[in-house]
Design a protein around this ligand. Structure first.
Ligand code: TYD
Ligand code: MG
Length: 462
């Protein structure tokens, strides 16, 4: 069969070239040309002026007045896994495309097999396309999950055209593609897993989902840097992007929505990996605390808000004599933000770490992106530097600005109530987050407006 012609398109400027080049002939960027199947020029070309070529198409697509379009809410089918439904915004949406990424071995295949089985049991046809494992391996996982009687349809296939033909013939309610990196189209010459293949295959599967109403779930690999392998356009193409987070050494796993056209973003689902698959954790607020029998220097508990639920996460800092070029490392927190916080600590509170190595870590492999973690990070650093622990039952949250001001965090009351509920007794929080009237039972609150006040308050607790 003759191969369809392909063109090479620059991912930076969109310029094209008939053959692969190291440097884009249009914008001069290096290594940006990727292969793409060329779409045949539309019939009747030649004339390229508006009005002549497209006149025949006028009226082909209908115009509608916005107010007259019926805004029906999308129909969702709950997967039966509550924590997954929470991140999806209530369940899978017919015709919706979800991309789910995460480190190898974190539980993507496990979660999707469980979800497919639950949907199948609810009377929805579920189809699981496996490109990484054989059918037997998938069956083994199903046995382990206690799903030996599962009616989910399994297909071990990696060729896009065959997958599409099978999907079209069966019209499942949900199709899982595990993984998009293993799928290839024979319309392209580049190898499976290459940017061009991943992009092309995802585009075809997306088109199929929209046309047929099948909900498609694509499993995506992540690169060493933690981004989804393949072009960023993959994230733009799909409706929902979910990421698995968590430490493969601990049993807890977070699934976070970073994009969702059908629901809220930053909502998280919390699971525990057990002997029999992933189990939802309905009340996760206290799982990211390590158990110190006595308080230790450099440890502060942060109340963070993930989606709609407050969670307590221990932030640890270690400040130690560094060499000529001291290191700043962070796990689960942004490193650039750490450098900024160190500068604010020095400039506004006189805490100098210039000649010290500074390491910070959010316990349990959670990734914290909200600035409300600032105050806890700074107090942990100051505590490690002084070698003095914070008192037992201590929590903090609040954003710290470049001028040293402590800014309020969203929904402070909820955070404080959650901490009190879990038995925490002392809090340093932004002034605007302190309860206006009445106190929160069992919690002594120190409200601060500046970072130096926060450090003074800590010294007052010694
Ligand atoms: P898997 O879903 O294969 O990960 P991914 O598809 O993201 O690569 O998860 C595999 C890991 O989960 C593996 O280390 C074993 C563990 N696991 C359990 O602990 N319990 C179970 O019931 C299953 C199926 C897997
Ligand atoms: Mg897998």
């Amino acid at each position: 069969m003759a191969k369809e012609k392909s063109v090479y398109v620059c991912t930076e400027c969109g310029g094209t070239s008939p053959k692969w080049l190291g440097k884009c002939p249009s914008c001069g960027a290096w290594n940006t040309l990727i292969e793409q199947a060329s779409t045949p020029a539309s019939a009747g070309g030649g004339q390229n002026r508006f009005g002549t070529q497209f006149a025949a198409l006028a009226g082909a697509s209908e115009l509608a007045v916005l107010s007259e379009i019926e805004a029906s809410d999308v129909a969702r089918t709950p997967t039966g896994l509550d924590e997954l439904d929470r991140v999806l915004g209530g369940g899978i949406v017919a015709g919706g495309v979800t991309l789910i990424g995460g480190d190898p071995g974190i539980g993507k295949s496990t979660l999707l097999l469980q979800a497919a089985d639950a949907l199948q049991n609810a009377g929805q046809l579920a189809l699981y396309v496996t490109g990484e494992e054989s059918g037997a391996q998938v069956a083994m996982r199903a046995r382990r999950l206690g799903l030996e009687r599962s009616q989910v349809q399994v297909m071990a296939e990696i060729q896009l055209e065959k997958i599409l033909a099978t999907l079209d013939a069966n019209r499942p309610a949900i199709a899982v593609i595990d993984s998009i990196q293993t799928v290839y189209s024979d319309q392209l010459t580049s190898a499976p897993g290459s940017v061009a293949q991943v992009r092309e295959c995802a585009a075809h599967l997306t088109r199929f989902a929209k046309a047929s109403g099948t909900a498609v779930v694509l499993v995506g690999h992540v690169t060493k840097e933690g981004a989804l392998a393949g072009p960023r356009v993959l994230e733009h193409m799909v409706d929902t992007v979910l990421y698995f987070e968590g430490d493969t050494h601990s049993s807890f796993r977070l699934v976070r929505a970073i994009k969702n056209r059908f629901g809220a973003v930053n909502e998280i689902g919390v699971f525990a990996m057990t002997e029999r698959g992933l189990r939802g954790v309905a009340n996760p607020s206290a799982i990211f605390l390590s158990q110190h029998s006595e308080p230790v220097p450099g440890s502060v508990v942060l109340v963070t808000l993930e989606g709609t639920r407050p969670m307590l996460v221990e932030i640890q800092a270690l400040v130690d004599d560094g060499g000529p070029s001291p290191r700043r490392l962070s796990v689960g927190l942004e490193r650039d933000r750490l450098a900024m916080l160190l500068a604010v600590l020095h400039r506004h509170a006189g805490v100098a770490c210039m000649d010290q190595d500074v390491f910070v870590n959010a316990v349990g492999g959670v990734r914290i992106t909200e600035p409300a973690a600032d105050l806890a990070v700074m107090l942990a650093i100051a505590s490690s530097l002084r070698g003095k622990p914070l008192p037992k039952g201590f929590i903090a949250f609040g954003e710290v600005g470049l001028a040293g001001e402590v800014r309020p965090a969203p929904r402070g009351q909820e955070r404080l109530k959650e901490a009190a509920k879990l038995g925490f007794s002392v809090a340093i929080v932004p002034k605007a987050n302190a309860p206006k009237k009445g106190a929160i039972e069992g919690l002594t609150i120190h409200a601060v407006e500046r970072i130096e006040q926060a450090l003074d308050a800590v010294r007052g607790l010694d």
